[in-house]
Design a protein around this ligand. Structure first.
Ligand SMILES: Cc1ncc(COP(=O)(O)OP(=O)(O)O)c(N)n1
Ligand SMILES: Cc1nc(C(=O)O)sc1CCOP(=O)(O)O
Ligand SMILES: [Mg+2]
Length: 210
């Protein structure tokens, strides 16, 4: 099983910080895992951004995951991809990228999770926990009840891969989520919209590590 970090910072298109600035701030705060999530730029601009983010991550010993854009594999120093498409064929994706690249998938239900586990994803982002401005969607919110129901079901199915909660998580939610048995959390807004980015990241870090 690959090592997966418990706190993942997801970059976002926001006016106050570029993706590169977010990566720099997160690394300065101690981030060991960054997911570069930019769905608005053409490949050439993406690669320019990603090369710089990869250099920052390399300097700080931070893992760089890119959301989607798996066709960029091999074109920059990227350690893995988080695939948004719930119907993606992870067996085919694994064949494409090989075993060394981390592949994460999104899930909303236990059925999604069983399929991702069978198809060899390395971790699962399970959400949305609560409503979020980062990715508004119509999906039912899982809330703490959702995680408390799903985690024991996974255990009884002997699915042991890391499960990260995602979507609208605030600092005061982390302790209860960890108690529900999740492995970690993936956060964007509560960090990038905080008065102090670095302090907010570090508060999440402390909460996740317990
Ligand atoms: C760790 C992690 N978990 C979940 C997501 C969000 O995935 P999803 O909502 O499927 O992605 P988008 O459609 O919003 O791109 C994530 N990015 N990371
Ligand atoms: C990319 C993404 N998708 C989500 C979903 O729930 O589908 S949450 C998310 C980003 C993280 O959320 P936040 O900014 O609220 O921490
Ligand atoms: Mg999605």
């Amino acid at each position: 099983m690959k090592y997966i970090e418990k706190l993942q910072y997801i970059t976002h298109d926001i006016p106050q910080f570029t993706h590169i600035e977010q990566a720099q701030l997160a690394c300065e705060a101690g981030a060991k895992w960054i997911q570069y999530r930019c769905l608005s730029k053409p490949d050439e601009e993406l690669l320019t951004d990603i090369h710089t983010v990869a250099e920052i991550c390399d300097d700080w010993g931070t893992t760089l995951i890119v959301t989607d854009h798996i066709h960029l594999n091999g074109k920059a120093d990227i350690q893995g991809f988080h695939i948004e498409n719930m119907d993606a064929d992870f067996v085919a994706l694994r064949k494409l990228v090989g075993n060394d690249i981390t592949l994460g998938g999104s899930a909303h239900t236990i059925e999604n999770m069983i399929r991702l586990a069978k198809e060899g994803a390395d971790y699962i982002g399970l959400g949305p926990f609560a409503s979020t401005n980062t990715k508004p969607n119509d999906l039912p919110l899982l809330g703490i009840e959702g995680y408390s129901t799903i985690m024991p079901q996974l255990e009884s199915l002997h699915i042991t891969m890391p499960i990260l909660a995602v979507g609208g998580i605030k600092i005061y939610d982390v302790e209860t989520l960890m108690r529900a048995g999740i492995y970690g959390v993936a956060i964007s807004e509560a960090i990038h919209s905080a008065d102090d980015f670095i302090e907010a990241y570090q508060d999440f870090y402390d909460a996740v590590k317990g």
